[in-house]
Design a protein around this ligand. Structure first.
Ligand code: SAH
Ligand code: SF4
Length: 463
């Protein structure tokens, strides 16, 4: 998954009803955290809470944390620390801290942040009922509430994240996730399809199936259940128009999964496949369990099988002992494979992981240089790849408005903006690209906009 260092806050709402209790959600980290915050919001709404505009307007504040990198951890600590003042001014406000910062750290955190009322680990939603009398009275089965809320002005609830597998059985030497999210547990197949059917009824058009290693789905379930069989079942759910999934591990990116993407009309032609490094020695020390050759083979197979597929990857620069030659290997891989997008991070030692016992020997300045070198290369590649859309039509699902323009994504996951009168939220339209930018595309509605092309024919050439 892609940890975003930008925090997100609970949706803007016009004016909560007078007398209604209010909640404020502050979320940082990966899409799994976003999904879990959405579920917390669904529970709070079930208890009669409404979203607050600001944290000092709220009766309940939930901070959903990430510790995958030091930078995210520092932001969370700053946020939680800053709430002490608010708690002093208003002792009735209830504050909860959840997410990866909490697992196994409750007693330490209680000492550090005595103003926090509740600490609960990732997906421990039952614990939320301890936070206030209203929450204690919620009498629906919390497991049945969707990871979804509808009232965000900027994101109209067209797309939703659906966790399908929790935890991770890999032990990459740099990664704290397995220590904080435990071993893999797949959600029951029927529970997932029921949740997505419910979401479709509420107007969701696009679902992204989530897991730290989403393509390990089903390995712990009886029978042949796996990501491919789940994707095929979701493909049949009426009302769902698009399916995505995050994050895949190269080791389990099977031919069958690739064929499934090619054969199911609703699965978008976009794959995020983190490679982390382009050198076999670094990959071995990262404990990634595959080689560069295996990775290249998977990418080739995906490109040969799924026409028009777009690809993104994750990279860590400055891993302990990464030589300049080994970094050059990563550069060569990126130059050859030409990803649409690269999510890169400078290595940050995480206490408790294997690599944190090794010397963090690449100076910050050199890590930064490598980061900038990739940034420059990728800026050029992304701009060139986007340029090929000029004059072409893309099928775009509109999920909101941004700075006055309609915003959506192509099936290949590129952001597209256009201006037009009317209400296009939740609609899939054909947009002719007039101005490709490096990180997004600008276009205009083609033929009145409404998409008539069958799903799968996601790009048509200009007439
Ligand atoms: N399961 C996914 C990634 C989960 S963590 C995978 O196998 O790739 C999300 C991203 O955070 C990773 O892709 C990695 O690039 C980054 N990351 C994780 N630990 C890190 C660390 N210690 N330092 C820097 N980046 C890290
Ligand atoms: Fe972390 Fe590796 Fe698991 Fe991804 S596969 S969550 S990087 S341990």
């Amino acid at each position: 998954m892609i940890p975003l260092s930008q925090e997100r806050v609970s949706p803007f709402v016009p004016e909560p009803e007078i007398g209604a209790k209010r909640y404020f959600l502050w979320t940082i980290g990966c899409q799994m955290n976003e999904a879990e915050s959405a579920k917390a919001a669904a529970i709070l709404r079930q208890a009669g809470f409404q979203p607050a505009r600001r944290e000092d307007d709220a009766d309940v504040i939930i901070v959903n944390s990430c510790v995958v990198r030091q930078q995210a951890e520092d932001k969370v600590a700053g946020k939680v620390g800053s709430l002490a003042k608010l708690k002093r001014a208003n002792p009735d406000v209830k504050i909860a801290l959840t997410g990866c910062m909490v697992t196994g750290q409750e007693s330490k955190l209680r000492e550090r942040f005595p103003h926090v009322d509740l600490f609960y680990g990732p997906s421990e939603f039952d614990r939320l009922t301890e936070l206030s009398p209203e929450l204690a009275q919620v009498d629906v089965d919390l497991a049945e509430l969707p990871h979804y809320y509808e009232d965000d002005e900027d994101d109209a609830g067209v797309s939703a994240f659906v966790p399908i597998i929790y935890g991770c059985n890999f032990v990459c030497s740099y990664c704290i996730v397995p220590y904080r999210r435990g071993r893999e547990i797949s959600r029951p197949f029927d529970e997932i399809t029921a949740e997505i059917t419910d979401m479709a009824r509420r107007g969701v058009k696009e679902v992204t199936l989530l897991g730290q290693t989403v393509n390990a789905y089903g390995h712990d379930l009886p029978g042949d259940t796996d990501l491919s069989s789940l994707l095929r079942a979701v493909n049949e759910i009426e009302g769902i128009e698009r399916i995505r999934f995050l994050t895949s591990h190269p080791k389990y990116f099977t031919d069958e999964l690739i064929d499934t993407i090619a054969e199911c009309d609703k699965i978008c032609e976009h794959v995020n496949l983190p490679v982390q490094a382009g050198d076999n020695d670094v990959l071995r020390r990262m404990r990634r369990t595959y080689t560069v050759e295996h990775y290249r083979d998977r990418i080739q197979r995906i490109r040969d099988t799924v026409p028009g597929v777009t690809l993104s990857t994750d990279i860590i620069v400055g891993f302990p002992g990464e030589s300049v030659e080994q970094f050059d290997g990563t550069m060569r891989l990126l130059e050859d494979l030409r990803f649409e997008k690269v999510h890169q991070a400078m290595y940050s030692p995480r206490p408790g992981t294997l690599s944190s016992r090794w010397d963090d020997d690449i100076p910050w300045k050199e890590k930064y240089r490598r980061h900038q070198t990739i940034e420059e290369l990728q800026t050029q590649i992304s701009a060139e790849l986007n340029e090929r859309y000029r004059g072409r039509e893309l099928e775009v699902l509109i999920d909101g408005k941004q700075r006055g323009r309609w915003r959506g994504r192509s099936r290949g996951n590129t952001l597209v903006f256009f201006d037009a009168p009317g209400d296009w939220i939740g609609r899939t339209v054909n947009v002719r690209i007039t101005e490709p930018m490096t990180w997004y595309l600008i276009g205009e509605l083609a033929d009145g906009g409404e998409s008539t092309s069958p799903a799968g024919e996601h790009m048509t050439t200009a007439r």
